[in-house]
Every structure is written in structure tokens, then in C-alpha cells.
Design a protein around this ligand. Structure first.
Ligand code: SF4
Length: 653
């Protein structure tokens, strides 16, 4: 029998995994066709993109050298974060193997034939839409008749006589059960599952909504199609049995908690995790219109330590902005009620906001942030990424709203970039830049080191949270911060990265890439927690800056608030080093009771030992990742853990 043709499948992922769900589906479905399984041999290459392309390229090169056949197929799954990396690998493949067939599929490249099938592009075929059936048909056609794909629905390809040919769309898969489970099928090796910290999984496909910034799995505005409960149960049991000690399951569904079936799965997963005796966390995109179902699913999962919190997706709280985005949020009074319910259940609830949507100004966005804070929520702010195949990225929207964007580093400069909106007709560039400052100021100041004083200034003097945050952003951006040079330098470095055209500003400390402020946030928190005497000076200076806004001058209690805030930061610092070790204070018992941010440990009359309440610090997507990564124990141990893995030495900045 002749040698099977090699079919390489590549996923440069942002997860820490070698188990790629899309590649597993492609292979498992293709192998249901004996014509494919008998004639192709599959090789999957799934690596984390932050390690660059060399590990994948080395594997591919070795395999190419071992195969005699020059006709080999290379299928790449694409999202915005890996398109450039995939193109780079594809070019290298074409250099050593000009006869290779390069196939690109996935969200980012669907319907992008005109830009991706140019003469100098290494890509030969694009799969438009859902991949399993199309890719299988394409492999069958290639084996039988070579690179003429006119009879294969759902592709665009370079045709020697006709230029770029796009065939009729392939109908969506109604019955997801026709795709065998790559877990149960043995498509992934047991070793690769065990070694993967992250595993992507899917309960359903589709989303009935059509938000203008989203192209979720190419299935927005569609009915939801589900895998059977039986299959999900078998898969989850298998994953739990094979997984390593700590595993995160990344649910790629668009709206978890939207249906009764999701609630059923939550109970099922709780049972499976309990029996497995492993730490398994679920990271989910919760349903946009949070309902009682979300509440029930969240409760059961949180109780079993399977989630760290719930995300309420608001994106904007401005009705005009939402209208342009084709989006209707839940009524705000219902949102407030949900916040209260989650608080009563002690389930952290984050509110996702996107800064820069058409129709939004810096001020209107700030008002939304304040609404979230006042409702007791924790705002998490994302920049607006203009994704292919979304309405925001259409020529009409770009034109109508005078949208300007800039390619910026997402994870790896030049290999993993994102197209970020930097201005539109209601948002001048300078205001956008300030919004990026707000993005880090909210978690660092409101969520971290000034929460108590900001609350006091608000409740005792009526200062607006938005005004305070705006002042703090401008104060740091303008280079006025003097008391903590290292903090000031990191903040300015963060701003300079967003402001820089090529967005790479190397420092001796090694922050070479923006990574959307991830390293900066951790560095700011670290340098505050590392030196409490310096932190106290920083807090005093920022409190003075806020108090300068008061027409009646600083109140009598001002110095005490600043001292109390410094005490909290000292307690955080202590906790980050010694796991919530109690700290000595000379505040009176009644003062501590009045301010109420700490738990008493001991009262010795003249002094007290206190421990900080673990919910004092709120979360951003960045530290959220760390919390999950370190088992979601609590925020303070998260800071402790972050201390040891921080990718840089902040003292050398
Ligand atoms: S943002 Fe969420 S709700 Fe809106 S279309 Fe995308 S997946 Fe659906």
C-alpha cells in the first residue's frame, strides 16, 4: 500500500495547551470517511503563541524531511491573534515544499479571499465558515483530483484560469452529533491531555444576537445547536479522569447559562469534579442577558469551586452606543438587582465594558464606569478590537463613524497582533489614550490602592467617582506623580506603549510588548506592595490630589482616611508575602469597625492585629487570569503567586 499523504493541522493558541479542540474536530470528523482515514495521516501541531513559532516550525520541518511525498496538506486555524504567525509558518513551508497545499480556516479568514489569496500569499485555499464538512470534502477532492475545488462548497481558492474562485456556502451542521468526540475517539493522546493546563470545550454553537463588534465562531445571528447531554457527560468524565491536577476548561460557547440545559450541565460538572478530586475550573462566557438560569448555574459551580466569579457583559451603558452596536442589555435596575444577589451569595461579579465603541465619548464611557461602581460592580475594561467579519470593521461603519485603528501587539510582536480602534468621530485620539489610562487606573486605584479613600470622598464629600478617576489618570499621565518614581515610570511606560506607533518600547526590564497592559498592571501592584513606606507616600500624594478638588478643602478626617488606606495596602502587602498574615495597627476598635474593610484577628487593648478582607481587591481580566491559573484560591494568594511569576524585575525599569 502506498504511503499515506500527510495532513498537518496547526493551531497557534493563546491557551496553555497542546490539545486543540478545532483540530480535534477536523481530524475526528474527517476520519469518519474511510476514503480519508485510509489515505491521509494526521499530525496535529498545537502550541502556545507566546513561545513564538519556532517550536511548531521545528516539528513541521522534521516531519517534512521524513516524508517522501511532496504533496502534503497543511491546515491552519485562524483567529486575529495567530493570523500573522500562521502566515509566517506557511511561507516557510512553501519555501521548502512548494507543492504543499496550504489551507486557512477559522473566524478571522472566513470570506477574506481577496486579501489572503493574492499572488504572493502562501495560502491556496480558504474555508469559509464551519470547517468540519468543508475540510473533509476538500481533502477528498484533493486526493482524487488535485487542487481544483470548484465542486467543494464553502471555499475560496486560487484557480489558474479564473483567478480567485469562491464556491457556494456549505450549510451549517444542524446535528452536531455527526462530529465524533475527539476526546472519546482517542484523537488526543492521554499524555497531551494530562500535560495541558487549559482545555477548550464546547457545549453548543451559535448565538441569536448580532452585536456589531462580534463574530462569535462565525455563528452570530443563528440558532443555538447543542451537543447531546450524554456526549457532554462522557467527555467531561473523560477529561476529568485524564486531566492533570489543576485544569481549566475554557468553554467556547457564546452564552453559557442561557438555557435549562446549561443549568443541568452545571450540576453534572459539579458531580464530576467532586468525584475526580481534582481542581477543575470552568472559564465561561456567560449569557449576555443574565437570568435566573445564570444565577443557578453560577451558584452551583461557585459552591464547588469550579468558577471564580461571573462576568456580566454590558460593553456599554449608553443607549445610543448600544443601538449602534445592535445590542440590547438587560434593564439597568435588573442589573443592579443581580449585583446585589451575587453579592449576597458572595459570588464575585465582573462587568465587562468595551472602551471606544462608535457613539461613545470618553465622558459617556466614564459615566458607565461610575454606574457600575455605584451598583456595587467591578468594571473590567477592554480596548475595542476590530475583528474581521464584524459590522464595526465594515467600510460603511469605518466611513460613517470616521473610525481609525492601529495594529498593535496582542501577545507577540509581529506574530500576534490586533487591530485596535484608536479614534472615531465622537472620540478624538487624545481622549482614547486617556481611556487606555482609565483602563489601568480603575483596577489599580479603585480596585486596588485607593478604594477606601475614594469611597470616603464620595460618600462624605459627594465627589464623583468619574471625576476622581479622571483626575488620577491625568495626574499620572501628565507626569505629576513624584512620591513613587517607579510607579510613575511604569504608568508612563504603559501609556507610551499605547501611544507609540510601533508599540514596542524595549526597557531594560524586558517589557517589549504591550500585551494589553498585562505586565504593567502586575508591575504597578507589585511595586506598591513591595515597599509599604513608599506606598504610604504614594497614597498620601494621591489623596492630596483628590482633596485639592474639594471647594471646602480637606475634611478633618482626611489624614485618618489616608492612614487607614495605607494600613490596608500594608495588609495587602503582608498577605502577598505571607498569605494573609495578621498585621499590627494602632487604629481603635471603633475606627476599624466604622471603616469595616478588615477583619479583626485580635484586640490587645493598646494595639490590634488585623487581617484584610479577601474581597477588598477587585479584579481585572489580567489578574482574573492569574486567579484562575493559581487555582482561584483567593485574591491575596493570587498576589502572592503573581509575585513569583512576574515576568520582569520592576526595580530595573
Ligand atoms: S457579543 Fe455575545 S451576545 Fe453579542 S453576538 Fe457576540 S456572542 Fe452573541
Amino acid at each position: 500500500m502506498s504511503e499515506k499523504m500527510a495532513c498537518h493541522l496547526v493551531d497557534m493558541t493563546v491557551l496553555h495547551t497542546s490539545v486543540s479542540l478545532p483540530l480535534g474536530y477536523l481530524q475526528a470528523y474527517a476520519e469518519t470517511d474511510p476514503g480519508i482515514s485510509g489515505h491521509y495521516r494526521f499530525f496535529k501541531h498545537c502550541r502556545t503563541i507566546d513561545r513564538g513559532i519556532e517550536p511548531v516550525w521545528n516539528d513541521i520541518q522534521l516531519l517534512i524531511e521524513r516524508q517522501e511525498a511532496k504533496r502534503q496538506v497543511f491546515g491552519f486555524t485562524n483567529f486575529f491573534w495567530n493570523r500573522n504567525a500562521n502566515l509566517t509558518i506557511a511561507r516557510r513551508i512553501k519555501q521548502v515544499l512548494p507543492d504543499a497545499l496550504i489551507v486557512f480556516g477559522g473566524n478571522d479568514v472566513t470570506n477574506q479571499g481577496q486579501t489572503l489569496l493574492t499572488d504572493d500569499s502562501p495560502v491556496d485555499v480558504i474555508v469559509n465558515g464551519e470547517g468540519e464538512i468543508v475540510f473533509t470534502n476538500l481533502l477528498a477532492q484533493y486526493r482524487e483530483a488535485g487542487a481544483d475545488f470548484q465542486s467543494v462548497n464553502g471555499v475560496s481558492f486560487k484557480c489558474p484560469d479564473k483567478g480567485i474562485v469562491t464556491t457556494d456556502p456549505q450549510t451549517r451542521i444542524d446535528n452536531l452529533g455527526i462530529i465524533p468526540s475527539p476526546f472519546l475517539q482517542g484523537t488526543f493522546s492521554d499524555m497531551s491531555i494530562k500535560a495541558s493546563v487549559d482545555i477548550a470545550y464546547e457545549f453548543s454553537r451559535g448565538c441569536p444576537f448580532k452585536c456589531a463588534f462580534c463574530h462569535w465562531g462565525m455563528a452570530t445571528g443563528t440558532n443555538i445547536r447543542r451537543f447531546s447531554l450524554d456526549r457532554i457527560q462522557q467527555d467531561l468524565e473523560f477529561i476529568a479522569s485524564q486531566a492533570g491536577h489543576i485544569t481549566r476548561i475554557w468553554l467556547v460557547d457564546a452564552n453559557f447559562g442561557m438555557t435549562d440545559a446549561d443549568v443541568e450541565i452545571a450540576y453534572l460538572l459539579a458531580d464530576i469534579v467532586q468525584q475526580s478530586k481534582k481542581k477543575i475550573l470552568l472559564v465561561a462566557n456567560w449569557a449576555k442577558n443574565t437570568t435566573k438560569r445564570v444565577m443557578e448555574a453560577a451558584q452551583v459551580l461557585y459552591r464547588h469551586g469550579i468558577i471564580n466569579g461571573v462576568t456580566l457583559s454590558a460593553q456599554s451603558l449608553n443607549n445610543d452606543v448600544l443601538k449602534i452596536a445592535n445590542r440590547r442589555n438587560i434593564p439597568f435596575n435588573y442589573y443592579q438587582q443581580l449585583q446585589k444577589e451575587f453579592a449576597t451569595l458572595h459570588i464575585p461579579a465582573y462587568t465587562e465594558l468595551i472602551f471606544g465603541m462608535p457613539g461613545e465619548s470618553y465622558r459617556s464611557f466614564l459615566e458607565g464606569v461610575v454606574k457600575v461602581i455605584k451598583a456595587g460592580g467591578v468594571p473590567v475594561i477592554h480596548p475595542l478590537i476590530l475583528l474581521n467579519n464584524t459590522e464595526y470593521n465594515s467600510a460603511r461603519m469605518r466611513n460613517d463613524y470616521e473610525i481609525r485603528s492601529r495594529i498593535m501587539c496582542f501577545m507577540k510582536q509581529g506574530l500576534s497582533d490586533a487591530d485596535i480602534l484608536i479614534s472615531h468621530n465622537r472620540l478624538p485620539y487624545e481622549e482614547w489614550l486617556k481611556g487606555m489610562g482609565l483602563r489601568i487606573a480603575v483596577p489599580v486605584f479603585y480596585g486596588g490602592i485607593l478604594k477606601f479613600v475614594m469611597r470616603q470622598f464620595h460618600s462624605m464629600h459627594g465627589l464623583d467617582y468619574g471625576d476622581m478617576l479622571d483626575l488620577l489618570v491625568r495626574y499620572c499621565m501628565d507626569g505629576r506623580l513624584m512620591s513613587h518614581p517607579q510607579f510613575a515610570k511604569i504608568f508612563l511606560h504603559y501609556m507610551a506603549l499605547w501611544d507609540s506607533g510601533d508599540n514596542v518600547l524595549p526597557t531594560p526590564a524586558g517589557i517589549k510588548e504591550n500585551q494589553f497592559g498585562h505586565a504593567h498592571y502586575l508591575s504597578l501592584m507589585k511595586c506598591v506592595l513591595a515597599d509599604t513606606a513608599l506606598a504610604k507616600r504614594l497614597i498620601d500624594e494621591l489623596c492630596e490630589a483628590i482633596a485639592g478638588e474639594l471647594p471646602e478643602g480637606r475634611g478633618a478626617a482626611f489624614a485618618e482616611w489616608a492612614a487607614y488606606q495605607s494600613l490596608l495596602v500594608a495588609a495587602m502587602s503582608q498577605a502577598s508575602r505571607h498569605n494573609n498574615h495578621p498585621i499590627r495597627t494602632e487604629f481603635t476598635a471603633s475606627q476599624l469597625a466604622e471603616y469595616g474593610e478588615v477583619d479583626f484577628i485580635e484586640d490587645h487593648g493598646s494595639f490590634r492585629h488585623i487581617a484584610i478582607r479577601s474581597d477588598y481587591i477587585s479584579y481585572t481580566p489580567d489578574d482574573f487570569i492569574f486567579r484562575i491559573f493559581f487555582g482561584g484560591i483567593d485574591t491575596l494568594s493570587m498576589f502572592g503567586a503573581a509575585r513569583t511569576v512576574l515576568p520582569m524585575n520592576t526595580s530595573s525599569i
